[in-house]
Design a protein around this ligand. Sequence first.
Ligand SMILES: [Zn+2]
Length: 86
Amino acid sequence: MNQLTVKEARDLCETVLATRDVEIGCDDCLMQVARYCETELAGKEFPKALRLVREHLEICAECHEEYQALLSAMLEREPDRRGRLY
Ligand SMILES: [Zn+2]
């Protein structure tokens, strides 16, 4: 195990804090929202990129509408998956 120096540890903290503020825009969100829905329906863990999508969906009503429309379309196509979500 490598021991972090104080400076390295501080740099690491700054990196973590800086990346927490990263937000994606509507375009990025809509590009990935289909994958987000699939991941959600599959009950899989969201990778980092999709966690950003989720954050965006929480703050953006427009994308959230898009997401819900897509999600219900997917559920209609595969009704057997419905039980996992509700
Ligand atoms: Zn948006």
